[in-house]
Every structure is written in structure tokens, then in C-alpha cells.
Ligand binder design. Sequence first.
Ligand SMILES: Nc1ncnc2c1ncn2[C@@H]1O[C@H](COP(=O)(O)OP(=O)(O)OP(=O)(O)O)[C@@H](O)[C@H]1O
Ligand SMILES: [Mg+2]
Length: 304
Amino acid sequence: MPKHFLSIENLTQRYPDGQGGELTVFEHASFGIDEGEFVCILGHSGCGKSTIMNILAGLAEPTSGAVLMDGFAVSGPSLDRGVVFQNYSLLPWLSALKNVTFAVQARHRDWSKAQVRAHALHHLAMVGIKDGAEFRKPSQLSGGMRQRVSIARAFANEPKLLLLDEPFGALDALTRGTIQDELIKVWSGTKQTVFMITHDIDEAMLLADRILLMTNGPYARVAESVEITIPRPRTRDEIVEHPNYYAIRNHLVHFLASRSADMAGQAGEATPSIETVHIDRTMPAAVDPGGDSPAEATLRAVNE
Ligand SMILES: Nc1ncnc2c1ncn2[C@@H]1O[C@H](COP(=O)(O)OP(=O)(O)OP(=O)(O)O)[C@@H](O)[C@H]1O
Ligand SMILES: [Mg+2]
């Protein structure tokens, strides 16, 4: 197996089910993420996405299995891994600016106050928190602005790995679009690796290099890795025109609508490996080495 920047190996999570029994959320989840990749994970509510993220962040211990980053086992939180939680978590008694400087100071203890402040202001401005908004406390900001501050704080720390748990879930469509664009702009200028949970297929297709698909729980598993074969830079308006867009989108919708339930694991089943799905409608059927029918030739799934 090739070495990945982030390796998730045989992760299993069980919880007491509250009735004296046990709930197996997922079993033997294994996948890898390369340095600089932007990977989204899609799956129905309760399949264990946040649980996986908390384990990657070092905030929770799996029942069994391991997470390796840069070859080292993840244990406990680290400044190398920045997290934006499902419900943003700013310190309510500090201004937006201080929420960011607080984190930057922890990372760069040798920086002067002025350096820390300039760095924080730069990252806040990148997500549109400026013109006085940076001096307001979270309760004086809108939900969208609070989420921008969380994102600025995570980016300002320049973690090697950025973990985003439905960061735009609570935002209206317009704000969501603006912050997605900002996220891509910031990510394009760094070599950060991003792992993001979302429920939004279009958001995942706009942002990700790859989308991991999880089957329903209990006994959930990561079943497929779908490559987003649409070149960057991508814009919301243009990607829908790309010949691969609807082919990939239909595959994702079909998975979530029916296959995620059909493929849901059973206790004790041997866990099959993740399938890589590569859909490319731009490739002429004539030069396709597989020699399938033109329709088949463009959709190919191979074991990793
Ligand atoms: N500390 C805990 N104790 C017991 N059960 C838990 C605990 N944390 C999570 N669970 C259970 O694990 C399952 C997965 O939860 P998780 O929050 O990871 O789901 P999710 O995929 O992030 O869902 P959503 O999309 O709704 O955020 C759920 O059934 C949940 O009830
Ligand atoms: Mg969740």
C-alpha cells in the first residue's frame, strides 16, 4: 500500500448503546489522504463522520485502529491539526481579533505582539472580517461572520491538516457561496491538506479533489472514493457546463439515495476495500483501452 500523508488504518468505533448493549458506528475503516489534497466525505446523518473527524483531530480515541500523520500516530490534539467544528466554537468573551491572536500566540510563542496582530488581521481580512467587525465579540456578529472567524482562526495557525465539520451547514446559500470561494482562495495559496464533512453534493463537487462516500450505519464503512475529474480553477457557474459534472453528480446522488443503504454493513462481515471511481466523459471512447461500449467506457471503478 502506498504511504499517504494521512493514513487511517482499520478504525473501529463502538459506543454503549444506552440499553446495556453496544453500538458499532463503523468497523475497519481504512483510507489515505495525500499531502495538499482536498477531500470531502459524504454520508447520511449518524454514519460516523464527526466521530472520524474527532479521532483525526486527536480529540477522541477509537475503540481500535490507528491514525498516522506524516508517519506518526495521532494521539491527543496538536497545533498541526486545525479544526472547524459543526457548531463554531469561538471564545465568547474575546473579540474576533483576539480569538485569532489567542490561537496564533499559542503557535508562535517567539513572535512579537505586533507580528501576531498583523498575521491575525491578514487572515480575518481574507475572509472578509474587516472595517471594524474584527473588534466585535461573537455575540455581536452574524452566524456567517462567526463561521468566517472560525475559518480564519484555523487557517491563521497554518496547520498541516485542516479538519472541517460541516463548516457552512448553518449558513444561507449566498453567504455559503462567498465563504466557499474564500476557502478555495486561501487553500489554493497554501499546501494544506483539507478533510471536510458536508451534506451538500454541489459544495463537495466545487471544492474537493476526491469525495469519500460512507454507507449508512451502524457498521458503516467508507465504500468509494470518487475523483472529481473537473479541472481547477472551478466556479459554480462553469462546473455545471463541464461534461463530467452531471455524470459524477448522478453517481453521488444514486449512492446517497439507495446504494448507501443497500451496501450498509452487517456485523462480522469482511470489509471490502474502497473502490476508486473515475468518471471521465471527456475521453473519446475510441482511444479508451478498455474497449467497452461508449457509455461504459467513461465510467470505471478500480480497486485501490
Ligand atoms: N459519545 C457518544 N456516545 C454514544 N454514542 C455516540 C457518541 N458520539 C456519537 N455517538 C453515536 O455515533 C453515531 C455517529 O455519530 P456522528 O456524530 O459521528 O455522526 P455524523 O455522521 O457526524 O452525523 P451528522 O451528519 O448528523 O452530523 C450516532 O449514532 C451517534 O448517536
Ligand atoms: Mg456530524
